[in-house]
Design a protein around this ligand. Structure first.
Ligand SMILES: [Zn+2]
Length: 275
């Protein structure tokens, strides 16, 4: 039965596109795969008695997901998990800590040091990643499908670590703020990656394991993400307290890097939509 249910979700996900297939029971799908827990849908689906682990970088998207999770699960049932993985700036983790402290949200910072360990070995030099190396400019080379800000296997590592934290916390829900709309070409922000990882996590623990990866932003534009922040009552907090900028500047950021430009354009589109 469980297998059948998952099959139905998979077929719905990959054949119906953005239109939820009405032949399937929406609540069952919400229970099984996050991609279909769509923003604004499933109002009758209560998750207040379940626990969730939110992957939380201190940026716009993950902060929106954190408050989405608090709305859905209740603050007492949510923990935020950040990762220290050798990222370009400490400003992200400082913002994440500040937001959690100010709002009474339980917060863990877990180390992932494989990138810095491998990067320090002289004969391992095939990965040139601008998010890990301050000396590199962020750019997209012609022979690459995505910008050099892409960190190999990062979201997979985050989800595996979050799943372990969830096990210790007694949670089955993981929340991650990926979007395949404004995703810069990153393959690990797509629905097929999320679905595959969810199945992998279940398989790794054996029969009966239930893991649900929620991606509330997966089909949202940046403007729609701002709208969600507004609906959740945290627009000002996210505007002023989060770090999205590649140069590590809080709030409006440097205004010039690709992340700042996408964020700014999304905000202006959101404001326009409110007129
Ligand atoms: Zn910037």
């Amino acid at each position: 039965m469980k297998y059948l249910r998952n099959r139905q979700c998979r077929e719905t996900q990959f054949s119906a596109g953005s239109q939820q297939n009405s032949q399937y029971d929406s609540q069952r799908i919400s229970n099984t795969i996050i991609n279909l827990v769509k923003y604004g849908a499933g109002e009758d689906y209560k998750m207040k008695n379940e626990k969730a682990v939110v992957i939380f970088s201190g940026g716009q998207d993950s902060t929106t997901c954190l408050f989405w999770s608090i709305e859905k699960f209740g603050k007492e049932n949510v923990i935020a998990v950040s990762f220290s993985y050798g990222q370009r700036h400490s400003a992200e983790l400082e913002a994440a800590t500040h937001i959690c402290t100010q709002n009474g949200i339980r917060h863990l910072i877990l180390p992932i040091d494989i990138y810095s360990q491998l990067g320090a070995v002289p004969f391992l030099n095939e990965v040139q990643c601008s998010l890990l190396d301050n000396d590199l400019e962020i750019e997209q080379k012609e022979d690459s499908d995505f910008p050099n800000s892409f960190v190999p296997y990062r979201n997979l590592l985050f989800l595996v670590h979050a799943a372990i934290a969830a096990k210790f916390f007694g949670a089955k829900n993981l929340v991650i703020g990926v979007s395949q709309i404004d995703y810069s070409g990153y393959p690990d922000c797509r629905e097929e990656f999320i679905y595959g990882t969810q199945e992998l996590l279940k398989t790794a623990m054996g029969i009966g394991e239930d893991v649900v990866i929620h991606t509330p932003l997966i089909r949202l534009t940046k403007a729609e993400t701002w709208k969600m922040a507004s609906d959740l009552g945290v627009l000002d907090l996210i505007y002023h307290e989060t770090v999205t900028c590649y140069n590590g500047i809080k709030g409006e950021g440097c205004g010039e890097c690709p992340a700042c430009q996408i964020r700014r354009q999304g905000y202006l589109s959101f404001l326009e939509s409110q007129k």
